[in-house]
Design a protein around this ligand. Structure first.
Ligand SMILES: [Zn+2]
Ligand SMILES: [Zn+2]
Length: 148
């Protein structure tokens, strides 16, 4: 379990992510925080147990911001790439949501739901892809892997 299974990096290469195990699952988020941090209508993230995710950053390259929900959002302070979101300290299931766009290969999971659809951008219709939609946060069960 110590070998890297998934790897990714920011645009300038100052921040790398290594995941030493399978992802739990993945989903799209339409919330305002995700829209602003990405500049897009919805952002896909893949969830992994916190102890399997390693973020390696050059000195001073890792920026961080804590949202109103208490999640720690990290990004590359040099090139602006979104990296990951950590659940608040003390969460019963410590996990890291890795931004899927920075992964090099096949993460082995595909986004399987859409959350915070009540906050979706008014300028793009939510894709009619059959995925379950949750007006606010998806329940933990939504993150479980699905066959594809
Ligand atoms: Zn960078
Ligand atoms: Zn979000």
């Amino acid at each position: 379990m110590s070998d890297t299974v998934h790897a990714g990096r920011c645009n300038c290469g100052a921040v790398r992510v290594e995941v030493a195990g399978p992802f739990i699952g993945a989903g799209y988020c339409h919330c305002g925080v995700c829209r602003r941090r990405t500049g897009t209508a919805a952002a896909p993230s893949a969830l992994a147990p916190a102890d399997s995710v390693h973020i390696i950053a050059e000195d001073g390259a890792l920026g961080a911001w804590t949202s109103a929900s208490g999640s720690h959002k990290v990004f590359c302070a040099r090139c602006g790439s979104a990296i990951a979101s950590m659940r608040p300290a003390g969460h019963p299931r410590p996990a890291v949501a890795v931004r899927m766009g920075l992964l090099d290969g096949d993460p082995g999971v595909v986004p399987s739901f859409r959350q915070f659809t009540a906050f979706a951008a008014p300028w793009e219709a939510i894709p009619d892809d059959g995925l379950p939609r949750f007006p606010e946060a998806a329940p933990p069960s939504a993150w479980e892997p699905v066959d594809r």
